[in-house]
Each structure stands twice: as C-alpha cells, then as structure tokens.
Ligand binder design. Structure first.
Ligand SMILES: Cc1cc2nc3c(=O)[nH]c(=O)nc-3n(C[C@H](O)[C@H](O)[C@H](O)COP(=O)(O)O)c2cc1C
Ligand SMILES: Nc1ncnc2c1ncn2[C@@H]1O[C@H](COP(=O)(O)OP(=O)(O)OP(=O)(O)O)[C@@H](O)[C@H]1O
Length: 305
C-alpha cells in the first residue's frame, strides 16, 4: 500500500473518508464496502485521512489520545484492502475549508468514481459537510456515493474510536477487543528502568510507547510480548509506580518464562486482561508479596501453573 503525503494527480479512485483511528470493526465493515465498489469499478481504493487527529488543532488543550500510530494505521488499512492512504496535513487552513472546497481539492487531485463514508461522517468547516452534501456532489460530478449504516455490537452499541478509548480508561480489555476485533497493543523499544525490579526478584522490560498512544487504566494486566522471534507471556504494570515512584508513567512487563535479553529491542505488547488497579503499598515487602500473587494469577490464566 502507498502512503501519500504529497498529493499528485493520480487518476480514477474510489475514496473512503474518515479518521480511522484504531481501524475498528465499524471501519473495516465500511472499508469492505468500499473495496467491493473499487473492485466493481476496477479502480484502486484510496483512504483520505489526516496526518493528525483534527482535534489536535481544534481542541489543542485536550486532544484525544490515539489508538494507532501512523505506521500501525497504515498497516491496519493495508490489511483491510486499502491500496493507498493519503495523509492530508491537517492544520488551521484545512480546518477552515468549507466542505465544498474540501471536495473541490479532492476533485483537482483525482477522478472520483465513488465515495464511501459512514452515516455520521462530517467534514469541512464546523463539520457542515454530511451524507446529503456528498450525495449532491456525487450527482453533480457523476460518481457513486455509498453511505454505510453503523456497525454495532449485538446489544446495539455503536462501535466508535471514542468508545474504544473509554473502554481502555475502564481497563475493560475484553470490550476493547470486542470493539476493535483484535487485541490492543503497545509498541516501543525496551529501555532501562530503575533496576529495582531485579532487586525485588521481578525483573521487568520497560517499554516506551509513542507519547500520544492511548494507555489503559493504570493497573496490572496479563500480556503477550512479541519480539522479532518470540512470543513471551507476561504480567504487566502500567502506571506511576506509586510505591517506588519513578516520576513518570511506565509500562513494564515481567516475562513469565525464561527471558532473553530485551534491552534496545523493538517489541509489541498485547494487553489481554486487567487483573487489578495499581496501588500504593506501605512497604516494598507488601508490594513484593502482591506482585508474587499477580504472577501466580497470570500463570494460572495462561494455564502455566
Ligand atoms: C506485576 C507488577 C505489578 C506491580 N504493581 C505495582 C503496584 O500496584 N504499585 C506500585 O507502586 N508498583 C507496582 N509495580 C511496579 C514496581 O514498583 C516496579 O516494578 C519496581 O519499582 C521496579 O521498577 P523498575 O523496573 O523501573 O526498576 C508492579 C510491577 C509489576 C511487574
Ligand atoms: N460503527 C461504524 N460503522 C460503520 N461506519 C463507521 C462506524 N464508525 C465510524 N464509521 C465511519 O468510518 C469512517 C471513519 O470513522 P471515524 O474514525 O471518523 O469515526 P469514529 O470511529 O466514530 O471515531 P470517533 O469516535 O473519534 O468519532 C467515517 O466515515 C465514519 O462515519
């Protein structure tokens, strides 16, 4: 899949529109419809999205944390059948484009054969552009517009990136997986910690994810740490380590099997189940006893005990 940062005149395309953070099940249902249309018309499928979440510019004091890094999103879109992703640099001037101007910009770059967007998709200044405006533009320019209905969970809950973020805040990893259709993970390089863990008998690999990446509720989780060559079951602490504070938020994985040297390695840490919230203990001994119990519980859950 091509990732386009500098647009050029590109020929005929079917276009799917939206932010697509996390590429959840709703996004993938939309992309399946878009891919089918692109195949019918025998043209490539392009996703037109932004290089950053629009709220980073529109609500700078409180932008949302992100479910996917740009490389993760590119690979998730590729897996969903997308041929190319255009990352429009989102700044004030793009935010101020009227929806008609946004569409004109697109028509100047590609011959649009089809547009696929969700029922709630809005675009352009103040979010004025909507499904009706797309349908009108489709008639004017002679392309097909498909507005897809919401994909929901069995109980009718509409799947959205915001709901995934809220479920992460609750530490509800089962719900997160159900909404995404895959296990949420953090990627990063293994860095040096305080080396306290080793002294306590629980060495940990400290992972530094992208600073804008959404972390789940502070607490202890079972996880799977993936290196280039191995999958290692782990018990993970995410938080501020209040008993022996490190002064920053850390993600640390204690590997449940014999662990290879991980410092400096790029790893992916999938988060499976929350075991408990992070706590401040009155003594290091109490903390150590609790971590021993966490380890036992994790071993049981992995059927390794
Ligand atoms: C499974 C596990 C659970 C943990 N739970 C807590 C906790 O509830 N409260 C806390 O203050 N620290 C907790 N920690 C963090 C330890 O304090 C931390 O591992 C120790 O300070 C070593 O940090 P270092 O790897 O940076 O040296 C936990 C660590 C692990 C591995
Ligand atoms: N559950 C869903 N079912 C079908 N289409 C969806 C669903 N959620 C979003 N879409 C559509 O997918 C495209 C990308 O969605 P976008 O990322 O903008 O919204 P979102 O997932 O609802 O995120 P947020 O919660 O941040 O608003 C849009 O066209 C949107 O309408």
């Amino acid at each position: 899949m091509r990732v386009i940062q500098k647009p050029q005149n590109a020929g005929e395309r079917v276009v799917a529109l939206g932010t697509f953070d996390g590429v959840h099940r709703g996004h993938r249902a939309l992309l399946l419809t878009a891919k089918q249309l692109a195949d019918e018309l025998n043209v490539p499928l392009r996703v037109c999205t932004f290089n950053r979440h629009p709220l980073e510019i529109l609500r700078p004091d409180n932008p949302p944390v992100m479910l996917s890094t740009i490389p993760e999103k590119a690979s998730q879109l590729f897996s969903a059948g997308v041929d190319e992703t255009e990352l429009i640099p989102f700044d004030r001037s793009v935010a101020d484009l009227e929806p008609e101007q946004f569409l004109e910009r697109m028509h100047s770059m590609i011959t649009v054969r089809g547009i696929v967007a969700g029922w709630n998709y809005s675009f352009g200044k103040n979010g004025r552009g909507n499904a009706d405006l797309l349908r009108e533009d489709g008639k004017k320019h002679g392309y097909k517009v498909i507005i897809v209905p919401p994909t929901t969970l069995e109980d009718g809950t509409v799947i959205s990136s915001s709901l995934v973020r809220r479920s992460l805040q609750d530490g509800d990893m089962q719900k997160v997986s159900e909404l995404l259709g895959y296990t949420y993970s953090l990627t990063g390089t293994v860095a040096q910690g305080k080396h306290q863990g080793h002294k306590l008998g629980f060495p940990t690999a400290n992972i530094e994810p992208w600073k804008r990446k959404a972390l789940p509720k502070f607490g202890v989780y079972t996880g799977m740490l993936e290196t280039d060559t191995e999958m290692l079951p782990a018990v993970v602490n995410i938080g501020i380590q209040p008993t022996i504070p490190s002064g920053k938020v850390t993600v640390e994985a204690h590997i449940l099997t014999e662990s290879p040297e991980l410092y400096g390695q790029k790893v992916r840490l999938s988060l499976l189940k929350m075991l408990r919230s992070e706590k401040r203990f009155d003594s290091v001994e109490e903390l150590t006893r609790q971590i021993e119990q966490d380890r036992e519980e994790a071993l049981r859950l992995f059927h390794m005990a």
